[in-house]
Design a protein around this ligand. Structure first.
Ligand code: ZN
Length: 343
C-alpha cells in the first residue's frame, strides 16, 4: 500500500512516501480502505518528536480516518464489507479501573491512532477494532467523516462533561477557526448557550457567525476580557473553551464570571502561561484540563454528526502525496475547519 511515513523526527520534510505491506485484521478487527484522513496539531507534535509522544519509528501519522471496510477479521459480526465508516481515534486497555468506570480517556495506557496508539491514517489501509468503526450515512463524504472524530469528541468532553454547558449560559470560544473552535461553536449552540467567538482573523470570524456564533471578538487588536464584559452587560462568561495557550489564556481567565470554568485541551502558542491567582480564588474559578473523550461520548458525537445536527467543516483537501504541503499549510494557521488528505 502507499503510505506517508516518518523515519526520523523533524519538520515537514520528514514526511516520506513509502510502499508498505498491507496490514491484516486480527480477531475482532476490520481492514479499512482509507479514503480520507484529517490533520490535527498532534500530527505536527508527533512529527517534530515531543517527549510526551515517544513512538517507534518508522511511523504512520494520522488520527482521524474514514473509509470503507475492505475485509473482516475473525469474530466481526456488526460490520459488512464495503460499509462506510469513520474511526474513533482513542485506544485504551479495557481492563484498568478508569476503563471499567467508562473513563477510558483516563486510562494509563490511553493512546491515539497515528500517535502513541499505533499507526494512523496517512496510508491506503488501516486496521481498526470493530468497536472503533463509526458508521457514516451515505450523505456524508469521506472528507467530512475524517473531519469530525478527534475534535468533536474532544469538544464534547470539554464543553458538555467538564464545562457542564447548558441553556442560557455564555461560552467563549478561543481560536474560533480551528477544528476545536468550529466544533465548540456548534456544540455550544446545540446545548442552548450563547456563543462569543474570538479569532485573530476577521475572515474566520465571519465564518464563525455562519456556524452560529452570536458575537465575535477580533483579537488582537480587541481586548478579549473587556469585550466579554461589554457583550454580556457585565455578567461575563460561564465557560471558556481554550486550546491556544499563552496568547489568550490570561484574557480568557479574566473573562470568566464567578464560578466560571476554563477548559483547556491544548496550547498551540507555547507551553507556559501566567496565572493571576487573585482571579482564581476571588471568582472561585475552575481550570479544567481535558484530553479526548470517552468511547461512550464518541458514540453520541457520531450519532449527532450522522443526524446532521453537528457539521464537520472541511477547509481544504490535499492528495496523500502532498502531505508535506498539507502540514505546511496547517502550520500557517490560515484554515477554517479541518485540513484533510484524500487517499
Ligand atoms: Zn485502561
Amino acid at each position: 500500500m502507499k503510505a506517508i511515513v516518518i523515519r526520523k523526527h523533524g519538520g515537514p520534510e520528514a514526511l516520506e512516501a513509502a510502499e508498505l505491506a498491507n496490514p491484516e485484521p486480527g480477531l475482532g478487527e476490520v481492514l479499512l480502505r482509507v479514503r480520507a484522513c484529517a490533520l490535527n496539531h498532534l500530527d505536527i507534535w508527533v512529527r517534530d518528536g515531543i517527549p510526551a509522544y515517544k513512538i517507534p519509528l518508522p511511523h504512520i501519522l494520522g488520527c482521524d480516518a474514514a473509509g470503507e471496510v475492505a475485509a473482516l477479521g475473525p469474530g466481526v459480526s456488526g460490520l459488512k464489507k464495503g460499509q462506510r465508516v469513520a474511526v474513533a481515534p482513542g485506544r485504551s486497555c479495557g481492563v484498568c479501573d478508569a476503563c471499567l468506570e467508562g473513563a477510558d480517556n483516563r486510562c494509563p495506557r490511553y493512546g491515539i491512532i497515528g500517535a502513541q496508539g499505533g499507526p494512523g491514517g496517512y496510508a491506503q489501509y488501516l486496521v481498526v477494532p470493530e468497536r472503533h468503526a463509526l458508521p457514516m450515512p451515505d450523505s456524508m463524504t469521506y472528507e467530512e467523516g475524517a473531519a469530525y472524530p478527534l475534535t468533536f469528541l474532544t469538544v464534547w468532553h470539554m464543553l458538555m462533561t467538564l464545562g457542564r454547558c447548558g441553556p442560557g449560559q455564555t461560552v467563549l470560544v478561543l481560536g474560533a477557526g480551528s477544528g476545536v473552535g468550529v466544533a465548540a461553536i456548534q456544540l455550544a449552540k446545540l446545548a442552548g448557550a450563547k456563543v462569543i467567538a474570538a479569532s485573530t482573523s476577521r475572515e474566520k470570524l465571519e465564518k464563525a457567525r455562519g456556524l452560529g456564533a452570536d458575537e465575535v471578538i477580533h483579537s488582537p487588536p480587541e481586548d478579549i476580557a473587556r469585550r466579554c464584559f461589554k457583550l454580556t452587560g457585565g455578567a461575563l462568561i460561564d465557560i471558556a473553551v481554550e486550546h491556544v495557550g499563552p496568547a489568550v489564556f490570561d484574557a480568557a481567565l479574566k473573562s470568566l464570571k464567578p464560578g466560571g470554568r476554563l477548559v483547556t485541551c491544548g496550547s498551540t502558542t507555547g507551553p507556559e502561561v501566567n496565572l493571576d491567582m487573585r482571579y482564581v480564588f476571588s471568582r472561585q474559578l475552575q481550570i479544567l484540563g481535558s484530553k479526548m473523550g470517552t468511547a461512550r461520548e464518541m458514540r453520541t458525537v457520531s450519532r449527532l454528526v450522522g443526524e446532521g445536527r453537528l457539521k464537520p467543516v472541511v477547509d481544504r483537501t490535499f492528495p496523500l502525496a502532498e502531505a508535506r504541503q498539507a502540514h505546511e499549510y496547517l502550520a500557517e494557521r490560515r484554515q477554517f475547519g479541518k485540513v484533510v488528505l484524500a487517499i
